[in-house]
Design a protein. Structure first.
Lengths: 870, 60
């Protein structure tokens, strides 16, 4: 039987709000859908902004691939701002792929879908439903709203004007509506507008379902998101800052909104027919509970802070499991799953995967490289086609985004607004890069943004966070200190502005806001200043409003200090505050593992994966747990999944090899683990590192003898400590400030002492030969060298505190290695090199690509220079 | 290409939850949720009532 698929989008729908209503029997149609199919949470993307998300849903690709980057975009004149259109979408959506395959496909209201694309079916754009003028005036429809154009007049008649609604429509939402002073309060007007808009989409959708043949039908409703931004704050229970009167008036709006959607769903299910496959999804959730923010940041897209990270997913239909739960779905998986439902191949250039768990019988997966290269009419607008010029209708849609608080009013100077728009979209692009694991691209964009607009603290905050996550500690510190200076400047500017007013109040001197202090504690933690970091957090958690939200940060700090039992307690507190905190589940899993409670650890790690399946380190730690439990097959599976998500995690690759050896299994080939992408030798920088006097010069000499090309300036002459030379380059010492010279070291071998390793920029690929030598020998050798340099002899050499400092540096090296998948580290024992140069050099040669002359390397080792022994 | 069986327009309006209801000039959420058929029925009712009162409502 040919499959028909109805996709219904409910922007911002959240199981946390829905489940209590279903339990009370208030959403019977959704309950029926859930019981006859599968349900699950659907992880959103960052940033959680709807036009970007719904485009990712429809394309299976992240924003930096699909090109939709915010709520607004520049009009073709390059000067004015308009609501986002589909003109900048660079890739095919599911409706284009199905058009190409000859399927009858309809799309209604999708965001963004203006101007309507000439697909094999009907497309009604998201500019369709909005009434822009009073009901007494004409209500023109913007050109490009409907495809095919001959249906334009028909669809125009299905639009419902807010003023057409009556008390009978409003009363279920606000029973005491008569108490609302409509001259002063806009709440009822907004409510009527939202209701009219979604009812218009329902009218159009029901007409299409009833009157047109269809294979795929996608219909999108934005009303739950809009109801929630306006009225979720009044949802029970009442919080102290919500006025009693408003609470009593509007406390039922969200329930009524969800119930109305359930009614609409019932009609759509009825028209789709029993045999149809129906998918109901949301792009993100919306906190209905104690996680509702008390205030929103005064920045563009600030209201998105009210979104929760998990939307909903339901699917029912022939061949789909019944009354089943699925875990780990993400919104990038929607299009691949739709393709699998239609028996079409999933493309490798998509970022999601088909949700195979939904099928009663697994379909045979088909794969192609990309749908972008598949020829045929797909109904997409020509590339770079600009949508029609700015119009009155655009301004109305723009005004709505302003009213919702998503964007600032462009004001009387549209050119300024256009600069802001371009910048804001670059910020969202940077966040999308970071969310997609493209750290360097994200950091590069944020660096530029923070440089251009240092008064925008969020650019700086995001930059510091990204630098910390990619272990670029020195720049993170510099950026953080700069951020504090800029925040103080901005404070003083606002303070002066306020004081200049007649009734202005003095805002007082600058104090570092709690959010910035938390960020500062992360910087301290990364620098190894754990006690100071802990002191900051412990002080903040004493404040009632931070006691719960900061438990996860407290736990991370304690974990970094190795205080695992306390860290586990703090993670548990964090999970009591937010049971859907993926990172707290992950942290609790690691903490429990470190305390030896492997059962609890696996539970938390599985909980994390049930929420988000795409986190490679959660799989890695689960693998570690199973490995410790000697459940090698499960461990192998976890490490394998880890590598499928992030092939660059060498630790996981080593574990896979270890388990394969333990179980006597064949090697990686055929297990589905992608090979590490082959990087040309001329792109790789070979780094010889270790503590000073750990044998780094000896290793450099051996590698050069074996055929490696050294990157050295020969400025430091050979001496008695290193009679064969130091093989150093002076630029390395200044690497913390300027590492651009490393571009010249590609394909060569460079010496970098261990304390400077964290300053290696992640944009290059490294093979690191790390020399390990007994610490007492290292210190003794340094004594000897310093003494030799001193005219007063070796007895005056100074070593107090060095042992501890070096131990800390080695620990920092370990942390850096874990955070940098772009570096492969081979650890070489100085003692082994001396004892058996041929054997040890053979190992080094393999790790460095197998092209060096082992015999020559071994010959270059001079055991006679092993003079300081422990 | 697959064609659809058209859903029959039932003689009495029923809400998607199966309960029947009367089409009134004031309208209702159940009518709106029915989509275009509910919308058309509501608008027809308003015209009918207005005609009875000798005053037609504004056309959409």
């Amino acid at each position: 039987m040919k499959r028909k698929v109805l996709v219904i989008g409910w922007d911002a729908a959240d199981w946390k709000a829905i489940d209590p209503l279903m339990d009370q029997g208030l959403m019977p149609n959704l309950e029926r859908l859930v019981n006859s199919g599968v349900r699950g949470r659907m992880a959103t993307l960052d940033p959680p902004l709807s036009p970007m998300l719904w485009t990712s849903i429809a394309t299976g690709k992240r924003p930096y691939k699909h090109g939709i980057l915010g709520f607004t975009e520049l009009a073709p004149d390059g000067k004015t701002v308009r609501p986002v259109t589909n003109a900048h979408r660079k890739v095919k959506a599911i409706w284009n792929i199905l058009t190409q395959e000859g399927a009858k496909t309809h799309v209604l209201g999708w965001w963004p879908s203006h101007p309507a694309e000439p697909i094999n079916g009907i497309m009604v754009s998201n500019f369709y439903q909005r009434a822009s003028r009073p009901m007494s005036e004409p209500w023109p429809m913007m050109p490009g709203t409907v495809h095919p154009p001959e249906l334009r007049e028909h669809f125009a008649k299905l639009r419902i004007h807010p003023a057409e609604l009556t008390a009978a429509h409003i009363a279920p939402f606000v029973p005491d509506f008569a108490k609302v002073n409509q001259d002063k309060e806009k709440a009822l007007e907004n409510l009527a507008r939202i209701l009219a808009d979604c009812s218009t989409v329902q009218a159009a959708a029901t007409w299409v379902l009833e009157e047109q043949p269809w294979d795929l039908m996608c219909v999108y409703f934005d009303a739950i998101d809009h109801f929630a931004h306006g009225f979720m704050k009044f949802n029970p229970p009442r919080r102290p800052h919500i006025p009693e009167r408003e609470y009593e008036l509007f406390k039922g709006v969200m329930t009524a909104g969800y119930r109305y959607h359930d009614l609409m769903l019932g009609r759509l299910l009825e028209l789709a027919g029993e045999d149809a496959t129906v998918m109901l999804i949301s792009d993100h959730g919306f906190h209905p509970d104690h996680l509702r923010p008390l205030a929103l940041p005064k920045e563009p897209a600030g209201p998105a802070r009210e979104h929760s990270p998990f939307g909903i997913f339901c699917l029912k239909g022939p061949g789909i499991k019944k009354d089943a739960l699925i875990h780990g779905a993400g919104l990038l998986d929607v299009t691949p799953t739709l393709l699998a439902l239609f028996g079409l191949p999933v493309a490798r250039d998509m970022d999601g995967k088909p949700l195979m768990d939904v099928f009663e019988e697994l379909p045979v997966p088909k794969v192609i490289d990309s749908w972008e290269n598949v020829e045929g009419e797909c109904g997409m607008h020509p590339r770079n086609a600009a949508a029609e010029a700015f119009s009155e209708m655009d301004r109305e849609a723009l005004q709505q985004l302003v009213e919702l608080g998503y964007i600032d009013d462009p004001g009387p100077e549209p050119e300024k607004a256009s600069i802001k728009t371009v910048r804001e979209n670059r910020y969202y692009l940077a966040k999308a890069y970071l969310d997609g694991g493209k750290r360097e691209e994200g950091i590069a964009e944020l660096r530029e943004l923070f440089k251009e607009a240092p008064d925008q603290a969020r650019y700086g905050r995001e930059l510091v966070g990204a630098l910390l996550r990619s272990a670029q500690l020195a720049e993170a510190r510099t950026a953080y200190d700069h951020l504090l200076v800029e925040c103080e400047k901005e404070h003083e500017r606002l303070r002066a502005e306020e004081l200049a007013k007649e009734d202005g109040k003095d805002k007082g001197t600058f104090t570092v806001a709690p959010g910035l202090r938390v960020l500062g504690s992360s910087v301290l933690m990364a620098e190894g200043r754990h006690q100071e970091a802990l002191a900051v957090i412990e002080q903040l958690v004493l404040l009632p409003r931070f006691a719960d939200p900061l438990q996860a940060q407290l736990a991370r700090t304690l974990g970094a200090m190795g205080r695992w039992p306390r860290a586990l307690d703090a993670y548990r507190n964090a999970l009591r505050h937010d049971p859907q905190d993926v990172h707290a589940h992950h942290g609790a899993g690691v903490a429990a593992m470190r305390t030896g409670d492997l059962g609890v650890a696996t539970e938390h790690l599985h909980d994390a994966l049930a929420l988000r399946f795409d986190l490679p380190y959660v799989h890695y730690h689960l693998g570690e747990c199973y490995f410790q439990l000697k459940e090698y097959e499960r461990a192998l599976q976890a490490f394998t999944v880890c590598l499928r998500i992030e092939p660059g995690i060498e630790r996981a690759r080593r574990k896979v090899a270890e388990i394969q050896q333990l179980l006597g299994l064949p090697e990686t080939e055929g297990t589905g683990i992608p090979q590490t992408p082959t990087i040309p030798e001329e792109e790789i920088i070979t780094v010889v590192s270790g503590l000073p006097r750990s044998g780094t010069s000896m290793m450099m000499q051996a590698l050069v003898a074996g055929g490696a090309v050294p990157f050295t300036d020969d400025q430091r002459p050979a001496d008695a400590s290193n009679p064969n030379g130091y093989f150093e380059h002076a630029a390395v010492k200044g690497m913390a400030k300027d590492a651009r010279f490393l571009a010249l070291a590609r394909g060569k071998t460079i010496k970098v002492v261990a304390p400077l390793l964290p300053f290696l920029p992640p944009r290059f690929r490294y093979r690191i030969v790390f020399m390990e030598r007994d610490m007492h020998e290292v210190l003794g050798s340094q004594d000897t060298m310093l003494g030799r340099k001193s005219s007063r002899g070796p007895k005056n050499a100074f070593r107090v505190g060095l042992h501890d400092a070096y131990t800390k540096q080695l620990a920092a090296m370990d942390r850096w290695e874990k955070a940098n998948p772009n570096a492969e580290v081979v650890r070489v024992s100085y003692a082994n090199v001396i004892a058996d140069p041929a054997d040890e050099m053979a190992r080094v040669q393999v790790a460095l690509g197998g092209k060096l002359d082992v015999a020559a390397m071994a010959r270059a080792v001079e055991p006679a220079l092993y003079r300081t022994k422990a | 290409m697959d064609t659809n069986k058209k859903a029959p327009l039932r003689p009495a309006f029923r809400a998607p939850d199966g309960t029947s209801f009367e089409v009134t000039a004031e309208g209702s959420l159940s009518l709106l949720a029915l989509g275009y058929r509910g919308l058309m029925a509501w608008r027809a009712k308003r015209i009918e009532v207005a005609d009875l009162k000798g005053k037609a409502p504004k056309k959409q």
